[in-house]
Design a protein around this ligand. Structure first.
Ligand code: CMX
Ligand code: CO
Length: 142
């Protein structure tokens, strides 16, 4: 499996508006995207930093993955996301290696990307997301 970029680092927050305002005030960066990803139970904002993003996540409900995380751990780092060009191949490799996959098949994430998560118990207590970006007209990602 080969990741060609760190797509994003995600931070769970209780109040997306307040966190974005604080981020802009302190670090001076506006979000490039903001969207509700119902399938993941989150509203997310993406702040570009170089070729990667910081993803701020607010849960849509208390029983979502991020809602449960906030209840048990409070605000903080939630996951890292690796950009891959072939998520099906990456998941096949991880399955062959016996990795504990949360999503054996990709799901739909923000920006039309295909995403899948590897369980935090698999590697150093870190939740890892794979991201295969949606194709952009006129551009291919290798
Ligand atoms: N990072 C590290 N560890 C985490 C974690 C996280 N984000 N979330 C939960 N854990 C740990 C808990 O601390 C707990 O550890 P202990 O057993 O040592 O106490 C263990 O995992 C189980 O925690 P839980 O509260 O019982 O949570 P669940 O098992 O119900 O769910 C997880 C955990 C990772 C399977 C679930 O959050 C999940 O499926 N996540 C993937 C989807 C997701 O996070 N979507 C939101 C982001 C969407 C996006 O990025 O677009
Ligand atoms: Co993410």
């Amino acid at each position: 499996m080969f990741a060609y970029n760190l797509d994003h680092v995600a931070i769970a927050v209780t109040d997306l508006d307040a966190s974005l305002a604080e981020y802009v005030r302190l670090f001076g960066a506006e979000p490039l995207y903001r969207e509700i990803v119902a399938d993941q139970g989150v509203e997310e904002a993406m702040i570009a930093v170089g070729g990667s993003f910081i993803q701020l996540l607010q849960p849509l409900s208390a029983d979502s993955a991020v809602g449960k995380f906030l209840a048990s751990r409070g605000e903080g780092l939630h996951h890292i996301a690796l950009a891959v060009s072939d998520i099906d191949g990456a998941l096949g490799h991880l399955a062959d290696e016996g990795a504990r996959l949360i999503d054996p098949e990709p799901r739909l994430g923000g920006r039309g990307a295909r995403i899948a998560f590897v369980h935090p118990k698999q590697f150093a207590g870190t939740l890892v997301e794979l991201v295969e970006a949606a194709p952009v007209a006129g551009r291919t990602v290798e």
